[in-house]
Design a protein around this ligand. Structure first.
Ligand SMILES: C[S@@+](CC[C@H](N)C(=O)[O-])C[C@H]1O[C@@H](n2cnc3c(N)ncnc32)[C@H](O)[C@@H]1O
Length: 253
């Protein structure tokens, strides 16, 4: 699947590590991922969007059983290269989230991790619900979905300022922390955002369209998909903070 328009996804996979900055991502979440997985006694984890392997490799190194899913061939190759460096073996699947019910049983996983603002790639309420219901389905009872989203409400509220070259407020401490490869919205409307990733060193740019969830929208979709208990975090702190860069959800089946 080609979700990254502009310069090719092979080149993006190559610099994704500089966009994430693996060490700073870990500093930003400060143990949130592992402590949450342990709090809910999760062992088998489905990492829904492997990317370059940042989260899967971290979880495998910390003793979790991880199935890593990715649709983009170049990201798979990059993640495999990264896993070899860490002497770790990835177990990779290549499924569209919309079809997960065809490939996994109910109750297969203790946790689904969908990190890095990944759900924003799904457009349309029915498609979003279908994906979330599939995540719900493959979880054991008591298992959790951990998902995140950018602070889209801020982006929508300040769209004129942001797209006209004004400040895009972003601390760079969470999730995507690179200082030479960074992203910002370049077009914003209520139903889509064109997000640009730029490699400052080379001037290369990639653009992709993402869906901007409104305040409370993802939370209510998660509940509608079946998750009766949802904990909300802002930059990994409990509660809703309108000034956060990212919001995280821990959703219990
Ligand atoms: C923004 S990247 C995040 C990658 C990684 N989780 C990270 O944090 O660096 C979005 C991920 O979502 C995946 N993705 C988007 N839509 C998908 C779909 N319908 N089915 C499966 N994966 C999908 C992409 O392949 C990609 O891995």
């Amino acid at each position: 699947m080609d979700i990254h328009k502009g310069k090719d996804s092979k080149a993006l996979a190559e610099v994704w590590g500089d966009y994430v900055d693996w060490d700073k991502r870990r500093l930003g979440e400060n143990g949130f991922l592992i402590s949450t997985l342990k709090r809910f006694n999760c062992r088998e984890v489905f990492d829904a969007g492997l990317g370059d392997g940042a989260d899967s490799i971290y979880l495998l190194r910390n003793g979790f059983e991880v199935t890593s899913n990715e649709l983009d061939r170049h990201f798979i190759l990059k993640a495999e290269e990264n896993s070899e460096k860490h002497d770790i073996r990835l177990k990779i699947t290549e499924y569209d989230w919309a079809d997960l019910d065809k490939h996994f049983q109910e109750n297969d996983f203790g946790a689904v991790v969908c990190f890095g603002n990944s759900l924003t790639h799904i457009f349309g309420r029915d498609n979003q619900l279908r994906v979330l219901r599939n995540f719900y389905r493959i979880l054991k009872k008591g298992g959790i979905l951990i998902a995140d989203e950018r602070n889209f409400q801020y982006i929508l509220d300040k769209k004129d300022e942001i797209v006209n070259g004004g400040r895009f407020r972003y601390t760079g401490k969470y999730v995507y922390c690179g200082d030479k490869v960074h992203g910002r919205p370049v077009e914003v409307s209520d139903d889509r955002v064109c997000f640009e990733i730029e490699n400052e060193r080379t001037g290369d740019k990639w653009h992709f369209l993402i869906y901007p969830f409104k305040r409370g929208e993802l939370l209510s979709l998660l509940k509608e998909a079946g998750f009766s208990k949802v904990e909300q975090y802002s930059d990994y702190r409990r509660g809703y903070n309108p000034d956060a860069d990212f919001h995280q959800y821990v959703c219990v089946k």
